[in-house]
Ligand binder design. Structure first.
Ligand SMILES: NC(=O)C1=CN([C@@H]2O[C@H](COP(=O)(O)OP(=O)(O)OC[C@H]3O[C@@H](n4cnc5c(N)ncnc54)[C@H](O)[C@@H]3O)[C@@H](O)[C@H]2O)C=CC1
Ligand SMILES: O=C(O)C(=O)Cc1ccc(O)cc1
Length: 295
């Protein structure tokens, strides 16, 4: 096999984890260059072996690359592709790991030349810690990695990206782009907004904060883990999938309103059904989602 040349733009948690996973599997059959705006990240990425070389120079990073992964926060992906595009060789494939897909595709479709292909991706794996120090070669093992096929890339190109991603241990799933954004909203974006809301509720009750924290047990910790995620990344996600996130939050508001009314009316039966049906559903998904994400 001739040496595969990959460039990773944004070598943080996800970009760094892709680099570590591919280097672990392919060793010297792959040469990975890394590009990041943060100098310390460049140094750590090389030190940890996530990339073979790291630079902040666009031409040096991408000129030989067959595949370029964009793994910066979502609002940076379109502008970064635009800046780097003049240095990308003909026939190269761009892919990304952004958590929302329609917003990015709307930007890229206007600027991509016909000889550079785009395959949109989204690993449904991550953690609440960001940055290269949190990168992990096993992050994607047995996790779902969504590939969106609506971006006009030839089948052969999509297969090439999928076969490389499979080396990370991820399970590849395809979805159409609108369905991706709707489903990601329900299963990931709205849960993150909601986890932050639970911590905000704690913040609103400042007078009781010490007593509240003394009482905090597993329940609060379990439901708020993802509120420790990177604010910059989540602000970008909300800005780039607004319709789905707003619609699902409105729906959630109605659900909470109904609970309030049922409590007010002392309707124990409705409240029981609310908890019972949620438990039934969650217990079922515990068995089924092992290849979607670990619960
Ligand atoms: N954190 C998570 O659990 C997941 C994140 N994602 C998506 O993957 C992408 C990356 O997320 P993380 O790795 O968690 O973020 P991160 O913050 O760990 O890494 C982002 C990296 O991009 C670099 N960067 C930012 N703007 C840049 C620019 N203009 N030029 C060059 N480098 C730049 C940063 O210095 C940083 O090293 C995001 O689009 C996010 O939505 C997808 C799945 C899971
Ligand atoms: O930390 C967790 O459990 C996550 O949910 C990680 C995550 C964050 C963002 C994504 O787009 C996908 C997965």
């Amino acid at each position: 096999m001739s040496e595969l040349k990959i460039c990773i733009v944004g070598i943080g948690l996800i970009g760094g984890s892709i680099g570590l996973a591919l280097k672990k599997e392919l060793r010297d059959k792959v040469c990975i260059s890394g590009l990041d705006k943060n100098r310390e990240t460049l140094r750590i990425a090389v030190e940890r072996g996530a990339v073979d070389m790291a630079t902040s120079d666009y031409a040096q990073a991408v000129k030989d690359a067959d595949i370029i992964f964009f793994s910066t926060p979502v609002l940076q992906i379109g502008p970064m592709v635009e800046k780097i595009l003049p240095f990308i060789k003909s026939g190269a494939v761009i892919t990304d790991t952004g958590s929302t897909k329609q917003f990015i595709w709307q930007q890229l479709r206007k600027i991509l030349p016909p000889d550079i292909y785009y395959v949109a991706g989204h690993p449904m794996a991550g953690k609440e810690h960001s940055g290269i120090k949190a990168a992990d070669a096993n992050l994607f093992k047995n996790k779902c990695y969504v590939i969106v096929e609506d971006t006009g890339a030839p089948r052969k190109v999509v297969h090439k990206i999928c076969s490389i991603l499979k080396l990370t241990g991820a399970n590849i799933t395809t979805l159409d782009i609108a369905k991706h954004d709707r489903c990601a909203s329900i299963i990931s974006h709205v849960p993150h907004v909601t986890a932050a809301a639970l911590v905000t509720l704690l913040n609103h009750n400042k007078n009781d904060i010490e007593a509240n924290l003394k009482l905090a047990g597993g329940g609060f910790k379990d439901t708020t883990r993802i509120a420790s995620s990177n604010a910059d990344m989540w602000a970008d996600i909300c800005m780039s999938n607004p319709e789905a996130i707003m619609a699902h939050l409105e729906e959630l508001k109605e659900i909470i309103d109904t609970v309030i009314i049922d409590i007010k009316n002392k309707n124990r039966e409705n409240i029981y059904d609310y908890f019972y049906e949620a438990k039934e559903r969650r217990d079922k998904i515990l068995d089924k989602t092992h290849n979607l994400f670990e619960i």
